[in-house]
Design a protein around this ligand. Structure first.
Ligand code: RBZ
Ligand code: NIO
Length: 343
């Protein structure tokens, strides 16, 4: 087991005081809705008079999936690499949102099929794509362990460079199949309750996808160790996101959790080290039906509901201004006393 034991739950000693400060702002109590919950969580994480979110950094991890050969996506596996090139060229949705909203964007090759030579790409290749999880373990325990470590290192490097907020994105054709298998295996929910159309597959593809996931979940029946399930059913990008989440929590850095895929990695992290949940904020509800199950399993309430089903970290990117708004009202909004407002 590699779960860092240094992850501590939030110190809630100051919670009543923080809540009183929020309640004393010049507004009816609770009127800033979910932003008040965000401010409280950030204040508990940062334990500081003034909150800040310096150098928000979004790490996109890319990896290929052996199960893609089964035709469970609208696209072939080669599209993973093509999209990584698109990220590097600045042309994907996540590039647009990061540019518009002020995120630093970094791309990690966690194990796509064919390598790309580009100095801007962070190379942490665990292999040339995983094995087909319907037939066999997606990766070895050693690859999984290495991936957790590498993901952690990538996150720690950004934190050391000043990132005060992390978010994660992913690119990996067929990774909704892996994420669905993880969700079903970790929660014991029927695969039919966890599955969706990912990129938008046909009815026939959906039926095949379901049969493959059921086969994979049956193959690991009785296994409850989250890290073992991650190796059996995960993906190289999912493992490294899980490692990055554990490292961010250990460093007490807040993180924005994106949609279905990143949430599956987050659930694995929560099962490995439950305290890491305290450092997570959830950007949006994905249109992928299983996302509601993942959010429920983590007792998470997402901030946005935009019908997104893209991944790449796009939902997390879009939620940054909401966190910044929570920080600004917490820091700068007048209290009833200071503004002389009497209710
Ligand atoms: C052009 C294109 C760009 C994407 N950007 C993110 N995804 C998303 O779709 C994939 C998961 O869905 P599935 O399991 O159905 O393959 C992941 O790569 C995810 O990031 C994309 C998918 C495509 C085709
Ligand atoms: O919510 C997501 O992360 C998602 C949904 C569909 C396809 N790719 C990603």
């Amino acid at each position: 087991m590699s779960a860092p034991c240094a992850i501590s739950a939030l110190d809630r000693t100051a919670q009543a005081q923080i809540q009183a400060r929020i309640d004393n702002k010049t507004k009816p109590q609770g009127a800033l809705g979910q932003l008040e919950r965000v401010a409280l969580q950030l204040a508990l994480i940062q334990q500081s008079e003034r909150l800040s979110l310096p150098s928000p950094t979004l790490l996109v991890f890319a990896g290929d999936h052996g199960v893609a050969a089964e035709g469970v996506s609208i696209a072939p596996a080669a599209v993973t690499r093509q999209m990584v090139l698109n990220f590097l060229a600045g042309g994907a949705a996540i590039n647009c949102f990061c540019r518009t909203l002020g995120w630093q964007l970094k791309v990690v090759d966690a194990g796509i099929l064919e390598p790309i030579e580009d100095p801007r790409l962070i190379l942490r290749r665990l292999g040339a794509g995983t094995a087909n999880l319907a037939q066999t373990a997606a990766m070895s325990p050693a690859q999984c362990q290495q991936g957790l470590q590498w993901g952690g290192e990538v996150a720690r490097r950004e934190i050391a460079a000043g990132a005060g907020l992390l978010a994660f994105g992913e690119m990996g054709i067929a990774n909704t199949t892996a994420a669905t298998a993880l969700l079903a295996a970790l929660t014991d929910l029927p695969v039919g309750d966890c599955i969706g159309r990912g990129t938008g597959i046909s009815d026939a593809q959906l039926a095949h996808k379901q049969a493959l996931i059921e086969q994979a979940v049956a193959r690991v029946a009785g296994q409850t160790d989250p890290q073992a399930l991650l190796a059996e059913l995960g993906g190289f990008e999912l493992v490294q996101i899980c490692g990055a989440i554990l490292a961010a929590a250990e460093a007490r850095v807040p993180m924005l959790i994106d949609g279905f895929i990143v949430s599956a990695a987050a659930l694995v992290a929560c099962r490995m080290a439950p305290a890491c949940r305290d450092y997570m904020l959830f950007s949006h509800g994905s249109a992928e039906p299983g996302h509601a199950r993942l959010l429920a399993a983590m007792e998470a309430e997402p901030l946005l509901d935009l019908g997104l089903r893209l991944g790449e970290g796009t939902g997390a990117a879009l939620a940054l201004p909401l966190l910044q708004a929570a920080v600004s009202f917490y820091n700068d909004m007048a209290s009833f006393e200071s503004a002389g407002v009497t209710v």
